[in-house]
Design a binder for this molecule. Structure first.
Ligand SMILES: C[S@@+](CC[C@H](N)C(=O)[O-])C[C@H]1O[C@@H](n2cnc3c(N)ncnc32)[C@H](O)[C@@H]1O
Length: 220
């Protein structure tokens, strides 16, 4: 018996499973499980394969996405996590997704075509000047896993984040410096970010994602 509880707008929990309501019923965006409840179709959102889901599973209290929002997603890859964001923002919302790898971008295109609320952008997120037509966004989400993650986020938020919007950063300490303890990296990056943002919340993603921290931020 499935008992769904909406824990954030557009995000449901059924026992231990997180789910989003499928924007394109009957269709999978990767190999996720589909669940029917109350005449609606949901897609299981696995914390082992998606950092925002890992943050929610670890007790995140401030999840800023809502139906109708515009999101700029940096490091969208093949759109696995973004497909759940696409479910959450729904048909009135929009996801702009920046990806640098051509190979991965090819896998993203069919997902975006099917969903209708995702705009794939083949570009380097270090250069927001290459996609100046992107709208002002309610949320900028960043998961590029590079050593300059904080700088990339700051640069994009200056250009595209609404003053009352939220930034979300999935920080991978081993991408920044494999020789340093994750806690030292989190402190150093938080100091950099605090020149530009107020930290609303931070949640470790272990054991789902080793040595990762997810930050929810607001422009200072
Ligand atoms: C950890 S993966 C993202 C996974 C994805 N967020 C998900 O959960 O489905 C990081 C992605 O960022 C991309 N990337 C790395 N550097 C980038 C850059 N400078 N600009 C845009 N994308 C970048 C990589 O090609 C890779 O696809």
């Amino acid at each position: 018996m499935v008992s769904m509880r909406e824990i954030f707008p557009g995000v449901w929990r059924d026992g231990g499973r997180l789910m989003t309501r499928n924007l394109v019923p009957g269709s999978r965006s990767y190999s996720e499980q589909l669940v029917n409840a109350g005449g609606k179709e949901y897609r299981v959102w696995d914390p082992n394969h998606s950092k925002p889901a890992a943050a929610i599973a670890n007790g995140l209290k401030n999840f800023p996405l809502k139906p109708g929002m515009t999101v700029l997603y940096l490091g969208i890859a093949s759109g696995q996590t973004a497909s759940h964001f696409s479910d959450i923002v729904g048909g009135r919302g929009l996801i702009y997704g920046v990806e640098i790898s051509q190979r991965t971008f090819r896998e993203l295109n069919p997902v975006a075509e099917k969903r209708g609320n995702m705009i794939p952008i083949l570009a380097n997120a270090r250069k927001p000047e290459d996609y100046p037509w992107v709208e002002q966004s309610d949320v900028v989400f960043q998961d590029v896993a590079t050593d300059d993650q904080s700088e990339i986020l700051i640069r994009n938020c200056k250009r595209f984040l609404k003053p009352d919007g939220f930034a979300m950063l999935s920080l991978k300490s081993r991408s920044i410096d494999v020789t340093k303890a994750p806690d030292a990296i989190y402190r150093r990056e938080e100091k950099k970010l605090s020149g530009h943002f107020d930290v609303v919340e931070k949640v470790r993603l272990d054991p789902y994602e080793k040595d990762h921290m997810l930050f929810v931020l607001k422009p200072a």
